[in-house]
Design a protein around this ligand. Structure first.
Ligand code: E4P
Length: 218
């Protein structure tokens, strides 16, 4: 399973990259707006830290505009993946981008048929938003198993990129369901490494080590 970091914050990306766990990065307009910086500058900086797919989202909602933005962003760096909203005009643009060999991530996917359409049109990734389902009292993770199954049934190359991850349980469930990628906030990535019993256990080991005669310690 690949881990992507869901952020446009350079410090977070640098910190996460130190673990050697980050296979890619996803951004979106909301994440970029928090940084108060130039979008392209942020993207270029990310390409210097992470050698993997970096999703950059278009904001046009007509096919011509989406294509214009997509080609402009794609030429920034070979690792840029164009994030397109799951709308009719977006799908028209997707077909063209697939034909031209531009890698894509179809975002704001909320049901299996949307994902199936995106896969048929050659999307590299589809991004189902699990947390936003949970926010409205529906189980977002139910969709992930369906998508993995459908893509496997027809041997689509499209990867299920689980997005809107809010906690470590989402990551574990996505892995159990065979999702290809989980994109997560930095906080969730750090939570994956932690357990209170690990901390308690280590504290006890270190305390007990103090009782070993100093002369015999390494
Ligand atoms: C990533 O590709 C998505 O844009 C992101 O995961 C959405 O997360 P949110 O629902 O927490 O905003």
């Amino acid at each position: 399973m690949k881990f992507f970091l869901d952020t446009a914050n350079i410090d977070e990306i640098r910190n996460a990259a130190e673990y050697g766990l980050i296979d890619g990065v996803t951004t979106n307009p909301s994440l970029v707006s928090k940084e108060g910086r130039d979008f392209k500058e942020i993207l270029l900086e990310i390409t210097k830290i992470v050698d993997g797919p970096i999703s950059a989202e278009v904001v046009s909602i007509d096919a011509a505009g989406i294509l214009r933005e997509a080609y402009d962003l794609a030429k920034l760096h070979q690792n840029i993946v164009i994030k397109i909203p799951m709308i009719k005009e977006g799908m028209k643009a997707l077909k063209q981008l697939s034909k031209d060999g531009v890698r894509t991530n179809v975002t704001l996917v909320f049901n299996a048929n949307q994902a199936l359409v995106a896969a048929k049109l050659g999307a590299t990734y589809v991004s189902p938003f699990v947390g936003r389902f949970d926010d409205i009292s529906e189980v977002g993770m139910d969709l992930i198993g369906d998508l993995v199954q459908i893509f496997d049934n027809y041997k689509f190359q499209t990867q299920v990129l689980v997005a809107s991850i809010r906690n470590p349980i989402h990551v574990k469930e996505a892995a159990l369901l065979g999702a290809h990628v989980a994109t997560m906030p930095f906080k969730v990535l750090e939570q994956l490494l932690q357990h209170p019993l690990t901390d308690i256990g280590l504290a006890r080991f270190l305390k007990d080590w103090e009782k070993v005669p100093k002369s015999t310690r390494r």
